[in-house]
Design a protein around this ligand. Structure first.
Ligand code: ASP
Ligand code: MG
Length: 439
């Protein structure tokens, strides 16, 4: 049997009891005949605590030292887990990201993986050991310094290793049973999705669903590495993230979409797969911009130069009497202050009237590959919002997604309305949230 990569998130290894439980699961997988490589996150909230510690000794810790500090979190969990497995009579060897061959660029805090050379992992497997790898970290090819991949980066470590090792599957364990049609904390009848395409998962993740690290899904899609999202607290079947052609056939035991398999049962293509929401954005409006060629360009250039990623943009038609227009856009609210400063500097040059900033907004998105060939989806969505008394402030779409910006205190109502309108709910209560933070 082939190689299985398993990634355990922080809440799955939060304390000694959890580590022992996870060790049992790993040993069971090994005993079933698989070669097992495990990627671990730091225990519980360790990463946040280390960041707090850094900020206590320095308001601006250097990026190099911060990375060195944060990678210690995963070092603790990998060694502790290896010990727990050893105690169950199996050999486990832990490796830092660097030892596991995770080579990155030199961008501290948000390094990108540029190569994976897992020679030591392969050797450990050949010698019958279980390999435990510290997630979220690597080593820079140029500076040789230790780097981190950005918060939540262990998912990406797992998919990258799975790809480099030619694993059959990358299993990602957290404290939820899989990917749901909406956040079960908001929608009580949210249903667990058995199979979903990489593309839909990317849209869900990019639009606020806290299921998987965005880059991990991109990496998996590029390399066609199936991801199996599961809970380490249950034996439920979880969610398979696979390529679009395989997403509509389902084999409950292997997750394989092979048509020759007798267990294969085609599922009706769902038009909408899920509803995602995001409260992390803010909305900026530049009021009273002269409606002349090039002004929108200058405004966006100022934001680009300030390294601010904007999401939705709306430019209103100018009022005929004034020839002035308003331009609104959304951005992560953590970038709000910088955006306002950058724009304020343009006030005289562009000659707009004023700036408005609102971070009491939220984005609600419906995602589904089936909407490509189903007319009327937008109408159904907007009617449902209207019936729930939700006012739409902004709209944006992709081929397989429709997003709206609404007032923050209407996000829950909007998510529930959309979920009900597309009949995504289930009669059985499925959603159980086991751990703390959802990761
Ligand atoms: N421990 C890191 C974090 O909390 C990486 C991870 O959990 O994937 O962001
Ligand atoms: Mg974490």
């Amino acid at each position: 049997m082939g190689i299985v990569v398993q990634k355990y998130g922080g809440s799955s290894v939060a304390d000694a009891t959890s580590v022992k439980r996870v060790a049992q699961r790993i040993v069971a997988t090994r005993k079933a005949g698989h070669d097992v490589v495990v990627v671990v996150s730091a225990m519980g909230d360790t990463t946040d605590e280390l960041i707090d510690l850094a900020n206590e000794v320095s308001p601006l810790p250097t990026a190099r030292e911060l990375d060195m500090l944060l990678t210690a979190g995963e070092r603790i969990s990998m060694a502790v887990l290896a010990m727990a497995i050893g105690n169950l009579g199996q050999e486990a060897r832990s490796f830092t990201g660097s030892q596991a061959g995770v080579i990155t660029d030199a961008e501290h805090g948000r390094a990108k993986i540029i190569d994976v050379t897992p020679g030591r992992i392969q050797k450990a497997l050949e010698e019958g050991a279980i390999a435990i790898v510290a997630g979220f970290q690597g080593v820079s090819q140029t500076t040789k310094d230790i780097t981190t991949l950005g918060r939540g980066g262990s998912d990406t470590t797992a998919v990258a290793l799975a790809t480099a090792l030619g694993a059959d599957v990358c299993e990602i364990y957290s404290d939820v049973d899989g990917i749901f049609t909406a956040d079960p904390r908001i929608v009580s009848d949210a249903r667990q999705i058995p199979r979903i395409s990489y593309e839909e998962t990317l849209e869900m993740a990019a639009n606020g669903a806290k299921i998987l690290h965005l880059r991990c899904v991109e990496y998996a899609r590029r390399n066609d590495m199936p991801i199996h999202v599961r809970s380490s607290f249950s034996d439920k079947p979880g969610t398979w993230v696979v390529k679009a052609e395989d997403a509509n056939t389902f084999n409950s035991s292997t997750g394989s979409g092979d048509a020759s398999d007798s267990e294969e049962r085609p599922m009706e293509q769902a038009i909408i797969s899920g509803v995602a929401h995001d409260r992390s954005e803010a909305k900026v409006t530049v009021v009273g911009v002269p409606d002349k060629v090039g002004y929108a360009g200058s405004i966006l250039r100022a934001l680009g130069d300030a390294q601010i990623n904007i999401d939705m943009i709306v430019q209103n038609v100018s009022a005929a009497t004034t020839a002035l227009t308003d331009i609104s856009f959304t951005l992560p609210h953590t970038d709000g202050q910088r955006a306002m400063t950058a724009l304020a500097r343009l006030k005289d040059e562009v000659g707009f009237e004023r700036l408005q900033y609102n971070d009491s907004v939220g984005k609600v998105s419906i995602v589904g590959a089936g909407m490509r060939s189903a007319p009327g989806i937008t109408a159904t969505f907007f009617e449902a919002l209207a019936d729930a008394g939700v006012n739409i402030e902004m709209i944006s779409t992709s081929e397989i997604r429709i997003s709206v910006v609404v007032a923050e205190n209407q996000v829950d109502a909007a998510v529930n309305a959309a979920h009900a309108a597309f009949e995504l709910g289930t009669d059985e209560v499925e959603a159980v949230v086991y751990g703390g933070t959802g990761r």
